[in-house]
Design a protein around this ligand. Sequence first.
Ligand code: AMP
Ligand code: MG
Length: 394
Amino acid sequence: MNEGYTLDTQDFAGQHEDPDTGGRTFCAGWVARPDSRNGIQVVSIAHPSIASASRSAAARLLAAILLLAASGCAGGKPAPPPQSLQWLCMGTAAAVSAPAGQPARVKRLRETVGAVFAEIERDLSIFLTNSVLNAVNAAAGDPTPVPVNTHVAAVLRHALDVAEAGGGAFDPTVGPLMTLWGFRGGPVSHPPAAAAIAETRERVGWRHVRMDLSDPAAPAVALALPGMRLDLGGIAKGYAVDLAYDRLRAAGETDFLINLGGNLRAHGVPGAGRTGWRIGVRDPFHTDRMLGTVVLREGEAAATSGNYERFVVLDGVRYAHIIDPRSGRPVIGVAGVTVIAPTAVQADALSTTLFVLGPDAGLRLLAGFPGCQALWVLDEQPVRTVASPGFRMR
Ligand code: AMP
Ligand code: MG
């Protein structure tokens, strides 16, 4: 096993619900498979029985951006790779990394970050029946706003802002369409009929979300239409990563990388002599390969949305888990979008939005987001990429 890489097997024990497959478990027998290519340490995880257990779960785990030890050298010798702890959370892989040789500190980071992720999952999950979000969903159609906490209010505020900026390409009320297309389990084996899509779209629309912020200490939310359903899967992980980042910084921690299912935020460097946290942008067509690498600068975040992460196969056709709310259909034509941004919540929301918009409209939107850059990998052969002017593999 790769020196300096620690797999936290404790955390992988027990049952884990896989929301995309209607609650199958997929957590036993995780293995670490670090290897070395071109002098760069690549850390990945694999699951021996994943093919039979859950294709979508496997794809999702493969989707996490590769964490690469920066290729810089310390004192002429190759510097040791950073240490990571990994665990499962929010239906995906979470990890925290720090420079080598500080095992106690990595454990401390993991405890703080794990607590934050668990807190946000309890608030925002649509898969936990007693989450705050599901209390709002259960009251859809009732004009009396449901009290929420500050996390739910903050994520929703971000989500509605991005929805407006992107002309509805990002829509936190996409929940009924996710269910219709079979992304939430159930016996869906054919694409839905146009009439069903039209009927479902009547219950989708970010403009029907009413936020009552008159008392900032007691926010409340109402969904105007019966059957509406909030789904914050396109933004909640980024929010959780930012919250964990802020908690670590408030505790005086430096030099770490947080990763929640490919939503990353970096602080400092991964070791002496390193220039920054280097991450790999995965090739959507060969998920064991990279298209290139990017070094995250101080405090920067990255997120990737990919058509290989979670998908359903209906009548033999693969549909990605990102829906264009304007058509009610899964997006086609884009294989992956990677966004670099000042915060993880921006990177997360934008990667989903830009996946829907595609490069033309997406580049126009991106111009209004300072410090944000994007790379699209189009779903065509030979592979074609489109990058915003500031996006450089570096
Ligand atoms: P991401 O991997 O961050 O791009 O998020 C994808 C997830 O966001 C999906 O699994 C859904 O939960 C949700 N989602 C799908 N389509 C949209 C959309 N158009 N706007 C907002 N959220 C979406
Ligand atoms: Mg996203």
